[in-house]
Design a binder for this molecule. Structure first.
Ligand SMILES: [Zn+2]
Length: 113
């Protein structure tokens, strides 16, 4: 990771996040992909971009394909189901030395496993 790059490494694939800035502000969805090197993420149903698809041999129709575009990782916050809102991520080290992410507000573990 380069110096000065503001990369939100706290968000991972399959996290449930809330968009806190931009055109999709307020939307909630599951992280499809996290790209730490770019500091960006794709989130289900967020930042849908339409792409024109040319007809191919297997798909003769072609047409318009909708898919999620990348958004800045700093524009999303993790959703805590216990607090029922977007929260800051805290860190905790378990007895076995494993580092986990927790909700800074209520302490709920956010790692899925
Ligand atoms: Zn919480």
């Amino acid at each position: 990771m380069g110096k000065g790059a503001r990369v939100n490494m706290n968000i991972r694939k399959n996290d449930i996040v809330v968009v806190i800035a931009g055109a999709d502000k307020g939307k909630k969805g599951r992280v499809i992909e996290a790209i730490p090197s770019e500091g960006r993420v794709t989130v289900e149903k967020v930042n849908i971009v339409k792409r024109h698809q040319r007809p191919t041999q297997t798909q003769r129709q072609g047409g318009i394909i909708e898919r999620e575009g990348k958004i800045e990782g700093s524009n999303v916050m993790i959703f805590c189901s216990k607090c029922n809102k977007a929260v800051r991520i805290g860190r905790k080290i378990l007895e076995d030395g494993k580092k986990v992410r927790i909700c800074k507000k209520c302490g709920e573990m956010l790692d899925l496993g």
